[in-house]
Design a binder for this molecule. Structure first.
Ligand code: GLU
Length: 392
């Protein structure tokens, strides 16, 4: 085996690893409840599937699409950014990709390389740090605690930025904590970014429609930030279309062009049919998503209530997305020494799949995705509570 230093230097995605283990155990006939993958269990809205059927019937979306996406799809996305986020992008500033994951990777490759630093407030979505490592740049993690609502204080973020820092990456609502930055917190961040003219920002807003109190705010809408920010979004979470694999960015033109160049060498344009579905999704009235949000709010309260049954576990109170990140360190003992051990123990002995928090930069935690049915949430936490009680 002659694996490259690159592949040896990056970890397998912790989220996808648990999804894989879960599938394997189910294939062996085991009963596993999956609270690991961030994947809405709801059906996609009928209009999205209708758009797919219509596009198939039209029989004209079968050839290579333009690398950055069909023009009318990019126009519709630009319109969505204006309507929902107050962001003015021209269609040439939009790039449509195979998932938000590829969209982010394109931008990271476009902006950083060896010697550069990328500041990532922790906890963060697992792939940010690995994608940065892939380029040879260094992820600089800025930790925060449950008591801080998993939001790194602004002074700590500011102190992590150096002349080598080229990029800051964050998500709000946050995967994995569900924390949502307030307008004042976003403004404080923008104030820090203004001090560093060569610093750019990836604002991952894939959970924008799953905010429980108040309204989602885009970082790029703050004064001076449109030219410094790449806004990431996609159709997976809000429209329950994870399998269609579409993410997109709005970015300064030069970054959109660089991302297009990178994508042209990796995958070319994103799947044509999926782009037609994307157009229907971004054109839909966001008011239609109220039902989905209400489902997640109910489930958040359900999971928080159920977790009270586990003595010693301490919980944050997420304001968005569909994750909760309890501190589970009270369950560690001589055998179960960390959250990786605990998540494997719970998978094998409780039949519940959760993701260890270490890979998200939150040691001593596990991430629970509550994007599943109420019954499964209650049954899963019940099983976890029993398995944890047996740890003594
Ligand atoms: N973003 C989802 C999650 O965090 C899907 C898996 C992944 O791509 O990481 O669970």
């Amino acid at each position: 085996m002659h694996l490259s230093p690159t592949v040896r230097s990056i970890a397998e995605s912790a989220t996808l690893l648990m999804a894989r283990r879960c599938r394997e155990l189910r294939a062996e006939g085991k009963d596993v409840i999956d609270l690991s993958l961030g994947e809405p269990d709801q059906d996609p809205p009928p209009f999205a599937l209708e758009a797919a059927r219509q596009a198939l019937a039209e029989n004209k979306w079968n050839k290579y699409p333009p690398v950055n996406g069909y023009l009318d799809v990019r126009e519709a996305i630009a319109h969505k950014f204006q309507r929902d986020n107050g962001l003015t992008y021209r269609p040439e500033q939009i790039v449509v990709s195979t998932g938000a994951k590829q969209a982010i990777m394109n931008v990271i490759i476009s902006l950083v390389g060896p010697g550069d630093e990328v500041v990532i407030p922790a906890p963060f979505w697992v792939s940010y740090a690995e994608q940065v490592r892939f380029t040879g740049a260094t992820p600089v993690l800025v930790h925060s605690t449950l008591e801080e609502d998993y939001k790194a204080p602004i002074e700590r973020i500011a102190a992590a930025i150096t002349p080598r820092t080229r990029l800051l990456i964050f998500s709000s609502p946050c995967n994995p904590s569900g924390s949502v930055l307030t307008q004042a917190e976003l403004e404080a961040l923008a104030e820090v970014v203004r001090r560093w003219p060569d610093l750019y920002v990836i604002s991952d807003e894939i959970y924008e429609h799953i905010v429980f109190d108040g309204q989602h705010r885009s970082f790029a809408a703050l004064p001076g930030m449109l030219e410094r920010t790449v806004t990431v979004n996609g159709i997976a979470k809000a429209f329950a279309l994870t399998g269609w694999r579409i993410g997109y960015i709005g970015a300064p033109l030069w970054i959109a062009q660089a991302a297009t160049k990178i994508q042209g060498q990796f995958t070319s344009g994103a799947n044509g049919l999926a782009q037609r579905v994307t157009k229907a999704c971004v054109e839909a009235d966001p008011a239609l998503l109220g039902g989905l949000r209400a489902d997640f709010l109910r489930r958040r309260d359900l999971v928080l209530q159920a977790l009270l049954k586990i003595p010693g576990w301490r919980c944050n109170r997420p304001q968005g997305a569909f994750y909760v990140l309890p501190d589970v360190s009270s369950s560690f003992n001589g055998v179960i020494r960390n959250s990786v051990d605990l998540s494997m123990h719970l998978l094998e002995h409780a039949g519940v799949s959760l993701v260890e928090g270490d890979s998200f930069g939150a040691k001593g935690t596990v991430r629970i995705s509550y994007a599943t049915s109420d019954d499964k949430i209650v049954a899963a936490i019940d099983r976890v509570a029993r398995a944890v009680a047996q740890l003594g």
